[in-house]
Design a protein around this ligand. Structure first.
Ligand code: ATP
Ligand code: MG
Length: 196
């Protein structure tokens, strides 16, 4: 079976934390590929994405930049509406029977896993690869046992970058250079995303 890690998120914009999480999980967990899947409407966020779906997808393409093991998938954007991971995983399992899927997520998302739509069902279909993230202490004690035992931790260099901080920096007219891949940086500047 080909091992695929799914990297879900809003990617508003994609940044080096996402890429390093994907690469660390790939190496530590022996993944053959990582697929980046931007959400249309993320279920647990209290605000809509700032950039359009097309812009976020384009930034993901530029961010992964033909890395041989990385791929971008538009299925959640094409499906539209609220993007539930269970729907995505069910669609992918049907479309790609030769692959086994796991889901990569940062500590903040591990902590809200208990609130995910149909989480126990999802945990029967995939395992979770959890990476540390500054500002969030990973706590699996609140998770149902069946979910908790599907979470495996993976080391990654702590990297204190978030899309929220990048958007705030843009609003404040501060630099985001080297927080995002250069091609993403150029795209944000050229299209005047998130401020000037
Ligand atoms: P926002 O601030 O808008 O929520 P974000 O930086 O958290 O953006 P998301 O698109 O929400 O990015 O995150 C997608 C996935 O990447 C989540 O599982 C998140 O935990 C993980 N992630 C994001 N940034 C990091 C980071 N710096 N280190 C580890 N994991 C990260
Ligand atoms: Mg986030």
């Amino acid at each position: 079976m080909i091992q695929v890690g799914l990297m879900g998120g809003t990617f508003d914009p994609i940044h080096l934390g996402h890429l390093l999480a994907a690469e660390s999980a790939r190496e530590a967990c022996g993944l053959d590929e990582v697929w980046f899947i931007p959400a249309a409407t993320p279920p647990l966020k209290d605000h809509a994405p700032r950039a359009t779906a097309e812009e976020r997808l384009e930034m993901v393409y530029r961010g992964i930049d033909f890395q041989p093991h990385f791929r971008a998938m538009a299925l959640e954007l094409e499906r539209g509406g609220t993007s539930y991971t269970i729907d995505t995983v069910q669609a992918l399992r049907e479309a790609y029977p030769g692959r086994e899927f796991s889901f990569i997520l940062g500590a903040d998302r591990v902590n809200d896993l208990k609130d995910w739509h149909r989480i126990e069902e999802l945990a029967e279909l995939i395992s979770f690869i959890a990476v540390e993230r500054p500002g969030a202490t990973m706590d699996t004690s609140q998770l149902p046992a069946a979910v908790r035992e599907r979470v495996k931790r993976c080391e990654m260099p702590l990297i204190d970058i978030s899309s929220t901080d990048i958007r705030t920096r843009r609003e404040d007219g501060r630099s985001i250079r080297f927080l995002v891949p250069d091609k993403v940086y150029q795209f944000i500047r050229r299209n005047e995303l998130y401020g000037s």
